[in-house]
Design a protein around this ligand. Structure first.
Ligand code: HEM
Length: 220
């Protein structure tokens, strides 16, 4: 999540977004509309019932992972391969991170709806432990969103801001590994998101020493 002119790896200033419709706040707005529309289309076709709510939970878990990884990997990918798409990703990492929070907001709304309309099914899918762990995830997401605001990041100071956002991002990364990982025995396809998450770790670690401005320079 890139916030307040820096990002989770502290690689320097977020460059100004050009005025394109697919940048910055407009990108965030489009993604938000897309996420809400996706949930409504699922509910309209699968039904406003347990099956529909479960489909929304699963769909938003996947959109959340995609958006999270886009923000999480933006700087590393620019360092690895400077190009127009990685520059776009890097420029928009802050709004992609915020769209991840919106996606997980829809996940939470569907969870609450399922828990209130069909508690029996809800408790076969969730447990006290999963609520504590998932709840901690939501607190961290709220913290990362809060650090997006200039006033809070200034109050924290650059060093603390960096520590909070880095630890928070890796905590969310671990949650995705855990929640997908525990589903592997039931369905081998969950190996795919886990493998992608492990690959993202490798990319982050391999590129951590490359200064972002070198990647920028290579492009210019
Ligand atoms: C109190 C918090 C949370 C609760 C109660 C919760 C509940 C659930 C439930 C019930 C499902 C299964 C839906 C189904 O199979 O029909 C699910 C799926 C999932 N959740 Fe959440 N969740 C929470 C927070 C989170 C967080 C913080 C993350 C990640 C950062 C997350 C990621 C996922 C993933 C990856 C799946 C699997 C989706 C799939 O099958 O592809 N959840 N969640």
């Amino acid at each position: 999540m890139a916030v307040a002119g820096r990002d989770i790896v502290g690689s320097g200033a977020v460059e100004q977004s050009p005025g394109s419709w697919c940048e910055g706040l407009r990108l965030f707005g489009l993604l938000t509309i897309g996420l809400v529309a996706m949930a409504l289309v699922i509910l309209a076709s699968a039904g406003w019932d347990t099956d529909g709510y479960r489909m929304v939970i699963r769909a938003t878990a996947r959109t959340s992972l995609t958006l999270f990884l886009s923000a999480f990997l933006a700087t590393a990918l620019l360092r690895l391969r400077p190009s127009a798409p990685t520059r776009w990703l890097h420029r928009n990492r802050r709004h992609l991170g915020l769209a991840f929070a919106v996606s997980h907001g829809v996940h939470l709304a569907a969870i609450i709806t399922l828990a209130t309309t069909d508690p029996t099914i809800f408790w076969t899918l969730a447990s006290a432990a999963s609520i504590i762990i998932g709840g901690a995830g939501y607190l961290v997401i709220a913290l990362l969103v809060a650090t997006s605001f200039d006033r809070i990041s200034t109050w924290l100071g650059a060093r603390h801001w960096q520590q909070v956002t880095t630890v928070g991002a890796w905590f969310i990364w671990s949650l995705f590994v855990l929640i997908n990982g525990i589903r592997i025995p039931r369905n081998g396809w969950y190996l795919v998101p886990v493998a992608i998450l492990v690959a993202s770790l490798v990319v982050r670690v391999k590129t951590r020493k490359v200064p972002t401005n070198v990647a920028h320079a290579a492009l210019n």
